[in-house]
Write a protein that binds this ligand. Structure first.
Ligand code: CP
Ligand code: NVA
Length: 331
């Protein structure tokens, strides 16, 4: 079944609001809510900045990061600042979910000070406990399981380039069990794309997860499958996506990952099996000569800096949706 016109346009009436909600995984959103956020992000991307200066006046975002970040940290800070709000940031030893005090106590305390909290953690479970106890919206700024903010920017970029995700073929090469792969796949199938993982059996999503993706995608015709042969995953794809072979916190597996994932590196040769107009995507940071060649990531098919820019626009939309009733905005 195709997604309704109302959902595609984002102008359906009586829409459920995101006000006060949390975003820990892409599936915390419905397909319709995701499309609305994308529409708002597109609007904010071209809106005069002078018109945005007071939208989140007197609101404070706390960003609590257990792991390093460039894009997520800076794009959230700039988004919040341009919307008239304030940001505070704590990293590493200053903030480790569940070490100095329970996730619940930290969440309840912070909820008395700030309006929204973005957290980057190792394990996902303490983040769930934190979000459950918080009385303000909590955003997953990357956990071992999910990176939903990245997925928002990814589908925004795909929508900009192709008009819609419906019917697109997206090949994801490399560690198909990681956070970026999961959130990308969930968002993509929700919007009607086919996701083709190219990975060895060691890095293949479980059959139950592939089944879950197909179930999530069913209303819009989205589906997911996995191939051991990288060429089969990439053949005919509109988008070829990869991420680092070893995610933060997984360094003990680096040697094994390097050995197992080398055949899945995105090279000019592999990319040539995709559609002639295919784009290359990567969440960044990237390692040239490992998961992608310099020729591909710095080449004409690469969309990686559009993706990075779109982090900011998508997160502006998210912050506004979580913190306001979006009065006067096109949703
Ligand atoms: N893509 C991404 O999340 O980048 P950072 O780790 O730099 O935030
Ligand atoms: N999968 C990577 C994404 C970094 C943005 C990691 O978790 O390190």
């Amino acid at each position: 079944m195709a997604i309704s016109f109302a959902a595609q346009t984002g102008f359906a009436s009586a829409a459920p609001t995101l006000l006060g909600r949390k975003l820990l995984e892409t599936t915390d959103l419905t397909a319709e809510e995701l499309l609305r956020l994308l529409r708002l992000a597109q609007y904010l991307k071209v809106q005069a900045r002078s018109e945005q200066r007071t939208l989140l006046r007197d609101r404070t975002l706390a960003m609590l990061f257990e792991k390093p970040s460039l894009r997520t940290r800076v794009s959230f800070e700039v988004a919040m600042t341009q919307l008239g709000g304030q940001v505070l940031f704590a990293q590493g030893g200053e903030f480790l979910v569940g070490t100095r005090e329970s996730p619940e106590d930290a969440a309840r305390t912070l909820s008395r000070y700030v309006d929204v909290i973005a957290v980057r953690t190792h394990a996902h479970e303490p983040l769930e406990r934190f979000a459950q106890a918080a009385t303000v919206p909590v955003i997953n700024a990357l956990s071992a399981r999910a990176h939903p903010c990245q997925a928002l920017a990814d589908v925004l970029t795909a929508q900009e380039r192709f008009g819609s995700l419906a019917g697109l073929r997206i090949a994801y090469l490399g560690d198909a069990r990681n956070n970026v792969a999961a959130s990308l796949a969930e968002a993509s199938v929700m919007l009607g794309a086919t996701v083709q993982f190219g990975c060895p059996p060691t890095h293949r999503p479980s059959e139950s997860y592939l089944h879950k993706l197909t179930t999530i995608g069913a209303p819009s015709g989205g589906t997911a499958r996995a191939f051991t042969n990288p060429v089969r995953a990439v053949r005919g794809a509109d988008i070829v996506y990869t991420d680092v072979w070893t995610s933060m916190g997984e360094e003990r597996y680096r040697e094994r990952n390097d050995a197992m994932l080398r055949p899945y590196a995105v090279t000019e040769g592999l990319l040539s099996f995709a559609q002639p107009k295919a784009i290359f995507m990567h969440c960044l940071p990237a390692h040239r000569g490992e998961e992608v060649t310099a020729g591909v990531i710095d080449g004409p098919q690469s969309a990686v800096f559009d993706q990075a820019e779109n982090r900011m626009h998508a997160q502006k939309a998210l912050l506004l949706a979580l913190l306001t009733e979006l009065k006067g905005l096109p949703v």
